[in-house]
Design a protein around this ligand. Sequence first.
Ligand code: GLC
Length: 659
Amino acid sequence: MFGVIDRFEKEIKATDGTDTAKSSKLEDLKALEGRASAQLEKLSDNLSALYGAQRTPQVLGALLELFVARGLERPDELKQLDAKREHDPNWFCSNKVIGSNMYVDRHCETLSKLAKEISYLKLMNVSMLHLMPTIYKTPEKDNDGGYAISDFRSVNPAIGTMDELRDLFSTMRKNGISPVMDVTINHVAHDHAWAEAAKAGDPEKLAYFFAMEETEKDEYEKHLNQVFPDIRAGNFTKNEEIGKFVWTTFMSSQWDLNYTNPKTLMAMADEMLFLLNQGAEALRMDAVPLIWKEKGTACYDLPQAQALLGVFNTMSKVAAPGTILISEAIDEPEKVKRNLSPDTCQMAYNTMTLTHFWDGLAHADASFMAETLRRHADVPQGTALLNMMRTHDDAPFFFDPGTAKALGIDIRQRHNKLGEFYLGDTGYAKAVGFAESRDREKVFLAGTTGSLAGIEKALEAGDAQQADSAIKRIRLLNGLLHSLPGVPMLNLTGGDDRGQTNDYSYMKDEIQRKDARWVNRVPRDVDFKTKSPLEIEVMNRVFSDTVDLNRTRTEMPAFGAGPMQVIDTGKAPVLGFVRRNDKQDVMVLANFSPEPQKIDPRDLLDHGMTEAVTDKIGQQKDQMLKIDAGIELAPFQCMWLVPAGGHAEQPLLARTGMP
Ligand code: GLC
């Protein structure tokens, strides 16, 4: 460690720069040394878990050298960000944070046009923007929606340039919006320079990947699952140039990286540091359970995968300390949370909320959700779940088996029911089954929030009443999205902000038509000239609801970091919970039923509500509600109740003895 620092010190002193420039670099070096020392033990433990004690010192030295070199290159603007965040390390847990994601190409075509959209994002109170990976250079066609990345350092020329991206990031930051970029930590595109070199016979680059004979491939394959069985069978692709089978868990165009080779780790760390030094404030670590493989296992969710995330966490803490990592593991709550910690990924995609949103609506019953939240909503301090209605891929159902067992729920039957409800013809929803949905072993619904909630069918029927119910369903889910522990994330290219409906044009594309996920990657469409008055009304109402809830959340300190207590509302369709911190107490009630529901006043008072409350998202915001006769929730209504006057005299949960 000190050898590395000494070497950099000598180099800095030997440069031609002015004394002031040199002493500022030496100060940066000192800060890097301090951060690296603080991480040393953790880094060493993680590397030992990956490479064994003997190889660790060498890998550790090489990594530290890389982290320090890139840390020294960090632009001033980003160093200022790092310094600011040192005093606010849990910045991403605040109630002021509202996330969103967007395919630039489908939203506004180019980066220069996106710069003009910033006022729209601010109007929505969006403070974190994930630019989907079509932003990168990818193979032209078979690119898995951008997740086959050909070069982490090049922007897709149809969208813009790296200089434009850097400038955009800087403008976003000045406007309070944190940029998020994808890192496909599991794979790169088959035409990435590393893969091209491997194909051309470079043994060093070939060792970045898994290439093997058929018999060995078959040994692995026996234990593996398939991610896209409908689209492409198996986990390997024969590459004629190499003459072997290359590991490709997802599409054939995505070559899995081999981290048993520490050089692969170094190379990916360097790509990530490049992105962090361009101004990305968070990296979305794609498909994290798959990043470590061991023969004879399902090569899924192995402890080494977490150790690897720990190494990347150290990387950002040393070289770009104002930044965080986001884990994407689409799985059951416990498995999602396995990758969530201040020492691995500080944020994680949360499948628990979206699973129960759509399950709750289909069953008009929130009790499964309530029990799951009771068991799994807590997260370690300094971390946050990322809540969404559905991902850019789909709305997958991942129930917690322990909770299901405790409630006597058969998950298979639940899947069957959900499959019938959302994929059948009789209900209000319109969805397309994706991946393994057919046999109901798993159910993944592709479809926009609008179509899943009933807008598509309502518009087809020209039925204003149906449309009204659909809008209320979306408002209900939005009300929860914004009040549950964690950070809400809106899918902008899926029209979460406007209730847009499914786009079936993917069926006409030779490659996309095999992949139903395209149905919910809807190009932005705000051309009101082509729309019916009902459609315009729907879009306007969903939009103003979204703006309202986004803004109100930012005014509700209780929705920042802090615990939740799920309460018994006495009504199965009504989810109830309390959020609090030292500034505010809020009781959230959410009715999943198409019928009104009345809550007994005792159930409210028992949880510390005062006799008069206001509903912060009610029609008359500051109108006082007397709860002596109970509270009536309209169909699909969500309420954010605060004691009249804004605060309880003493924190409500202190009175109820909650920890
Ligand atoms: C993640 C992405 C998905 C992609 C896959 C492979 O699950 O969300 O869109 O296909 O990883 O990169």
